[in-house]
Design a protein around this ligand. Sequence first.
Ligand code: ZN
Length: 284
Amino acid sequence: MKKLILLFSLALLASCGNETKKEATSTSEEGHGHSHSQVTDEHGLAPHTENTIHQYAPTVALLNSIYEGNITPQQMVQQGNIGIGTVNHLAGELVAVDGVVYTIDAEGGIAEAPEDLESPNMTMINFQPKQTVTVENIESYEDLTRELQKYSTSKNSFYAYRIKGEFKHLKMASAHKVENEDVSLFEYLDTRVMYTRDNIKGTLVGLFTPDYLGNIVIPGMHFHFLSDDIKLGGHLEDIKFDKLSIEIQEVNQVNLQLPETEKFRNKDLKQGAAPKATAKQNGK
Ligand SMILES: [Zn+2]
């Protein structure tokens, strides 16, 4: 299936930006005949995937109650090895770890995403951390955000994260399927299912998106969890841990893929402030 790919070169100030900028240019020069699946690097990824946020559907689609998309797990893993997203009709969450996409049901249960799964909103990153830091005594989501911001040398870039280890406490969220497709995103968020676990081993993958990009990628800090035994996952709402290493990658490019669904193509999209990933970040 041919996809419309828009490349936004954002603030290519970092030296690592030179390489991606060149790749972005060569992709556009190849024009309409270019097939991303035919040209891959040693990771099996298309060349433009390095150091790029791959966003399927802008956040503004969810804001306009477009809860159906057509990206599949096979397409997701061509774009990166970690990722966060949601299932069509918001029937649970998605998390990608080590190049495998998993579904998270409303109780936090995990299954490998079936081939025919489709998503209305997915963010994938070919995670290649440039920095590993040790963070201690985290007692809340705010603590984690504050600690991570110490290592963000740009206020206006994306930062991708991977945190692996034992967590003292996690509060997570997932959701049941949206029955009424006209329900607003804000109403839906109020119905999310919350659950907690103590002393659990696993991996958090996540992303910081600055507010000004909030209509493209969900703004703020956004993490999804997968347990080491591949039994439990969720969208992170709160966290406590004693001491863990956190891998960090600054990303200065976003590749936005627009859905080809009829609803997306025909809807008059209204702009609005996108909710951040957690209730806490939204001041609730
Ligand atoms: Zn989420």
